[in-house]
Design a protein around this ligand. Sequence first.
Ligand code: BTN
Length: 183
Amino acid sequence: MKRQNIVHLTQTALMTAMLIVLGMIPGIPLGFIPVPIVLQNMGVMMAGELLGPKEGTTSVALLLFLVAVGFPFLTGGSGGIAVFAGPTGGYLLAWLFTPLLIGSLRRHFGGSWNWWQEFLMVIVAGVVFIDVTGSVWLSWQSHMTLAAALMSNLAFIPGDLIKAGVAVAIARQLRSVPTLNLD
Ligand code: BTN
């Protein structure tokens, strides 16, 4: 196996491990919708930011596969195929595509981005995309109007903006370490 492949495999496995660790941090229930505030979505943003579209998506897909086969790796220890049909199914689907979006946008347009430009991109591809997709599914699954689902998701925005900022700050720091082989 080529050295580069081993590096990518290791980075992917470590990212999945980080996503699992973030899932161990308890969520904050909101009460008015069956979707908690979690930290795991910050890991999904970091997967795209640090590993790019291919390895980033693979690391999130691996997490979701392990969840699907029953490992309790989501926040609060939930797991099993049924969670994908539950109220948070839309967020989980969006998680799968988020590293692809973030990684591709950065790879194609991000060469000379400053912190704010990269932060804005992660807000669009890692916050708005996930929260809107999650809201559409939630409204259908929980028999709410789309407007009500979108309005209730505003509660996630302050935390999600902080998570996006932290993900960008960490990614920009780590990319400047040559031995980590991040691009
Ligand atoms: C799950 O554990 O089943 C998925 C939880 C999804 C929570 C979403 S991710 C985007 C938004 N921000 C949060 O902090 N919570 C929701």
